[in-house]
Ligand binder design. Structure first.
Ligand code: PGA
Length: 256
């Protein structure tokens, strides 16, 4: 994964509502994605569509990811999907610690267990961190540090090449109160902070995971966030369900 220049992840959440529509969006995204030499596209649909799309991802330019995975690979866990099941079905990425799952009660410890099991199974982990709100004293900095260090507890240096960190402030996610992307200067500031936390933990000479931004990304703000936020990629929710908008975001990332 380290050779990939930019990475754009589509987080479809619980959409679209039927396979026919999902196939239409996936095919539309794939058409653009396979033409771009500078970008890796990862589409994360609901679990139920993964089997349909994984076989369509033979090219290195597009892959499928899951929106979650459980912390164990087998056992009596009603309703859960294991990292191994995903891997065996051609899934290569998994989003973990998304704020919408944290809001359902997932703790840092549970997320860390999922991170470690997914890495052990050979999946690329997309670990999300982000504060719920900002305060004038900057308490969101130690909050992010805490989420990062908890999520990466007992994760060794050798696993870093299979990890992506997504900084996604909860208040910036479309549909949440506010729902405004943050300024690229603020994104840049947080990128530097995250790199500092990671290099303090893993050493300054370690090659660190790529850092992505998520939260109300659209074709209008993508370039500014990329260039001035100095990030390696994006996690896109709402706009990733719109073939045209997402295609534009991919093309913007490709030319930067
Ligand atoms: P958004 O969602 O792009 O619709 O804000 C991003 C996410 O929640 O991953």
């Amino acid at each position: 994964m380290s050779k990939i220049k930019k990475i754009i992840i589509a987080n479809w959440k619980m959409n679209p509502t039927n396979l026919k529509e999902a196939k239409k969006v996936f095919t539309g995204i794939k058409r653009t994605a396979i033409k771009l030499s500078n970008v890796k596209t990862v589409v994360c649909p609901p679990f139920i569509y993964l089997d349909d799309f994984a076989p369509l991802c033979k090219e290195n330019k597009i892959s499928v990811g899951a929106q979650d995975a459980f912390s164990k690979n087998k056992g009596s866990f009603t309703g859960m999907i294991s990292p191994e099941m995903l891997k065996k079905n051609g899934v290569t990425f998994v989003i973990l610690g998304h704020s919408e799952r944290r809001a359902l009660g997932e703790t840092d410890e549970f997320i860390n267990n999922k991170v470690r099991m997914s890495l052990k199974t050979g999946l690329n982990v997309v670990l999300c961190v982000g504060e719920k709100e900002r305060d004038e004293h900057g308490w969101y900095f130690p909050f992010i540090k805490d989420q990062l260090l908890s999520g990466l507890e007992k994760v060794g240096k050798s696993d870093l090449k299979n990890i992506l960190i997504v900084y996604e402030p909860v208040w910036a996610i479309s549909g949440n109160s506010g729902g405004q992307s943050m300024s690229s200067a603020e994104v840049h500031e947080m990128t530097i902070f995250i790199k500092k936390v990671l290099s303090d933990k893993y050493g300054i000479n370690t090659s660190l995971p790529k850092i992505l931004y998520g939260g109300s990304v659209n074709p209008k703000n993508a370039e500014d966030i990329f260039v001035n936020g100095q990030i390696d990629g994006l996690l896109v929710g709402k706009a990733s369900l719109d073939i045209e908008d997402f295609g534009l975001i991919l093309k913007i990332a490709n030319k930067i």
